[in-house]
Design a protein around this ligand. Structure first.
Ligand code: ATP
Length: 264
C-alpha cells in the first residue's frame, strides 16, 4: 500500500550560530491510509514542530515530505496540493479559536481556501447543521462566541472546523490534553467514531501513553528532536526497545484513572 504521508530525513533548526537549536533531527516515518499514527514524547521533544511541518505551518530546514507520493515541500515552497485535504486540531481550543469570531464563522473559515463552487457546496446550511449535530453541538450555538463554551465544547467546535473541508488527513496535536479527564474520554471516542465514519487518517500527537494506546495503531517515540523508536502500539507496549520508551511506559500506572475513564 502506498503511504499517505512519508517523511525522510526531516530536520528543523531554529536560530543561528551559538543560538542554533535542533528542534527536529532526521525524522523518518510513513503513515498509511486509514491508520492512526501516534507521536509521543515529553514536552519540548519536537512533536508539535513536526506536526506543523507536515501542514506547512513551519518549513523544514532539510528533508523530504511526500503526500500520496508527491513532494509537499520543494526546499523553498510548500505545495498544499488540494486545499482543505489536510487539517489540524490544536491542543488548546481557548487560544486556537479566534475569540472575536462567531462559532459559525470559525467553523466555515477553512472553506475560504477552496474554489468558490466547492466552498458554496461544502458550506451549505444543511451540511453545516449535520456536521455540528455530529460533533455534539446545536444550531443555537452557531451565533455565539467561543468564550461562551466549555473546554470540551470548544474542542468540538475545533473538530467541526477541521472537518468542514472534508479532509483525508487530520493532525491532532494534543487534542484532549487541556480537557478534564471525563471530557477527554468523550472527545477521544468522538474522534474514533469520526475516523471510522469518514475513512480519515490521523497523526495523533500526545505526551500521554494511555491516550496513545487507546487511539493509535502504530507510533513513533520522540526524544530531544529524534525519533528513537517506531512500531505498532502493541509491540512497543509489550516489548519497548529503548530505555526512554521504558521510562515513558513506567509512568503509566499513575495514569490508571485516565485509563479507566477511557475504557468506560
Ligand atoms: N519558533 C521557535 N523558535 C525557537 N525555538 C522553538 C520555536 N518553536 C519551537 N521551538 C523549540 O523547539 C523545541 C520543540 O518544541 P515543540 O513545541 O515541537 O515540542 P513538543 O514536543 O511539541 O512540546 P510541547 O508538548 O510542550 O508542545 C522546544 O525546545 C521549543 O522551545
Amino acid at each position: 500500500m502506498e503511504a499517505l504521508l512519508q517523511l525522510s530525513g526531516v530536520s528543523k533548526q531554529y536560530g543561528k550560530g551559538s543560538q542554533l537549536f535542533h528542534a527536529v533531527s532526521d525524522a523518518a516515518f510513513s503513515i498509511y491510509p486509514g491508520e492512526t499514527f501516534g507521536l509521543i514524547g515529553e514536552s519540548g521533544s519536537g512533536k508539535s514542530t513536526l506536526g506543523k511541518m507536515v501542514t506547512g505551518l513551519e518549513y523544514p530546514t532539510s528533508g523530504s515530505l511526500l503526500y500520496q507520493g508527491s513532494p509537499l515541500w520543494n526546499g523553498k515552497k510548500f505545495n498544499r496540493r488540494k486545499p482543505g485535504e489536510m487539517q489540524i486540531v490544536f491542543q488548546d481550543p481557548q487560544s486556537s479559536l479566534d475569540p472575536r469570531m462567531k462559532v459559525q464563522d470559525i467553523i466555515l473559515e477553512p472553506l475560504w481556501a477552496l474554489p468558490a463552487e466547492e466552498r458554496r457546496q461544502k458550506g451549505s446550511t444543511e451540511r453545516l447543521h449535520a456536521l455540528i449535530a455530529r460533533v455534539g453541538l446545536k444550531p443555537e450555538h452557531l451565533p455565539r462566541y467561543p468564550h461562551e463554551f466549555s473546554g470540551g465544547q470548544r474542542q468540538r467546535i475545533a473538530i467541526a472546523r477541521a472537518l468542514i473541508t472534508d479532509p483525508t488527513f487530520v493532525i491532532l496535536d494534543e487534542p484532549t490534553s487541556a480537557l478534564d479527564v471525563s471530557v477527554q474520554a468523550h472527545v477521544l471516542n468522538l474522534l474514533k467514531e469520526l475516523k471510522r465514519e469518514r475513512g480519515l487518517t490521523y497523526l495523533f500527537i500526545s505526551h500521554n501513553m494511555a491516550v496513545i494506546r487507546y487511539m493509535c495503531d502504530r507510533m513513533a517515540v520522540m526524544q530531544k528532536g529524534r525519533i528513537v523508536e517506531t512500531g505498532t502500539v502493541e509491540d512497543i507496549f509489550k516489548h519497548p526497545q529503548e530505555a526512554y520508551t521504558k521510562t515513558l511506559l513506567s509512568s503509566l500506572p499513575s495514569l490508571h484513572k485516565e485509563n479507566a475513564s477511557l475504557h468506560a
